[in-house]
Design a protein around this ligand. Structure first.
Ligand SMILES: Cc1cc2nc3c(=O)[nH]c(=O)nc-3n(C[C@H](O)[C@H](O)[C@H](O)COP(=O)(O)OP(=O)(O)OC[C@H]3O[C@@H](n4cnc5c(N)ncnc54)[C@H](O)[C@@H]3O)c2cc1C
Length: 391
């Protein structure tokens, strides 16, 4: 098996790299996952720079604002974006809602929504989780009741990332409370400006405002807001989740962090010797380097499946568990190797590596929870990968 990219793909990589060098400030250190207002505004402007090149979703078909590039070119693109820490906003729309609309939406929905995503004009958020329904998502209680040609939505969502910036939300609501729980759910596309929607901030453990509670009080949604068939929403939602979990861009961003940590260990003296000369440090970095290759090749495997038109399922769970747990191991190693300085925030003059590991140490806690916890992923792998009975 040859893992090298073709000459054409490498040329595309150089194009993307050149663009990023030109568009990102020279001292750019990346924006945090939990997006603050300035970072969000910069991200929005950056999307507008990507849009004319059709680089917001380069692998989408040309008719929906992409370039119809191959998935491997998309991988090259994602790797460069992640390595250069380019602003990432609207991921739910580009990464998983868009492909779900392409699969299940009617022509009018494709027309209405896909262009808004690839032009960078319309931001989306994902309204799945509820206070009592996270891992057991199918138990969700938000109700959508038919009223003539419309639906009326009542209920609450929680942990809704970036709802405070979003123009639209894709959400799940119960349309048939009598049906078995997976069969009474529908998938809706809802304008966040609809009367009756209110958003309340939730501040994360790292002190940032990334997610929210979203309340629906008699929110009227036209029938055109129903994606696919009524009561079939669960099956579309799991497609969205499979796209979400199989995200293939993260290894390059983590590689950059590992490279910087390794350089730090090579350059930093402690007790009269270089940090890198301590065998436990060398071995820890080597272990992280080994695992980084696993992250990358798991991602490539998922891409080969997507290339064949398959939607990865337990394979997506494998990569989700490994990536997110690796992210935590790497962040922990960073915090440990930087010593007490590692715990300082980016704005401290004494912070090392610009406070990157303090940030990632805190934000990586959520990575094994978001998009389904590691326990849930392991259940999926046990059941669908190993064929074990449901636990
Ligand atoms: C950073 C971040 C961003 C998020 N963004 C969004 C978003 O934009 N939109 C959205 O809808 N949601 C979002 N979420 C919510 C996320 O999807 C849920 O937190 C997640 O699905 C877990 O649900 P829960 O929090 O209700 O935990 P629970 O389901 O209550 O789980 C609690 C604990 O019990 C364990 N557990 C539960 N069931 C089982 C089982 N059957 N077997 C073994 N262990 C089990 C879990 O693994 C966990 O450790 C986000 C979460 C985070 C951390």
């Amino acid at each position: 098996m040859d893992f090298r990219f073709t000459a054409g793909q490498e040329a595309f990589r150089q194009d993307v790299r050149g663009f990023l060098k030109q568009e990102l400030p020279a001292d750019w250190i990346g924006a945090d996952n939990a997006i603050d207002e300035d970072a969000f505004e910069f991200g929005r402007t950056f999307l507008k720079r990507l849009a004319p090149k059709r680089w917001i979703a380069p692998a989408w078909p040309a008719e929906y604002g992409g370039l119809g590039l191959s998935l491997w070119e998309q991988v090259v693109f994602n790797e460069e974006m992640a390595y250069h820490r380019a602003p990432v906003i609207n991921t739910p729309a580009v990464g998983y809602l868009g492909p779900t609309i392409m699969m299940y939406g009617d022509d009018a929905q494709k027309q209405q929504h896909l262009d808004g995503i690839t032009s960078g004009e319309v931001q989306w958020c994902q309204g799945y989780s509820e206070p009592g329904s996270g891992s057991d998502l199918a138990s969700l209680q938000t109700r959508a009741t038919r009223d003539g040609d419309d639906y009326i939505i009542n209920g609450q969502k929680i942990w809704t990332s970036q709802a405070h910036y979003a123009d639209w939300i894709f959400l799940l609501a119960r349309t048939d409370p009598e049906a078995p729980k997976h069969r009474g759910i529908s998938y809706f596309l809802v304008d966040m400006k609809s009367p009756g929607i209110s958003v309340r901030p939730l501040i994360s453990m790292s002190g940032q405002h990334g997610f929210n509670e979203v309340f629906f009080d008699n929110v009227r949604v036209p029938r055109s807001g129903l994606l696919g068939e009524e009561n079939r929403g669960w099956y579309m939602a799991t497609t969205t989740l499979d796209f979400e979990r199989s995200s293939v861009s993260t290894s390059a961003g983590m590689r950059r962090n590992l490279e910087e940590l390794t350089s730090y260990a090579k350059e930093t003296r402690t007790n009269g010797h270089l940090l890198f000369d301590e065998p436990p440090v060398r071995h820890r970095l080597a272990d992280l380097w080994i695992d980084l290759h696993v992250v990358r090749f798991l991602a490539y495997r998922v891409v080969t499946m997507q290339e064949r038109g398959l939607v990865p399922n337990h394979e997506a769970s494998i990569i989700k568990v490994f990536n997110s747990e690796y992210n935590q191991r790497l962040s922990r190693a960073g915090i440990n190797l930087l010593g007490l300085h590692g715990q300082l925030r980016p704005d401290s003059p004494y912070a090392r590596l610009r406070g990157r590991f303090e940030r990632s140490y805190q934000s990586s806690v959520g990575s094994t929870i978001a998009a389904g916890t590691s326990e849930i992923q392991r259940n999926i792998i046990a059941q669908r990968g190993l064929g074990l009975a449901r636990g």
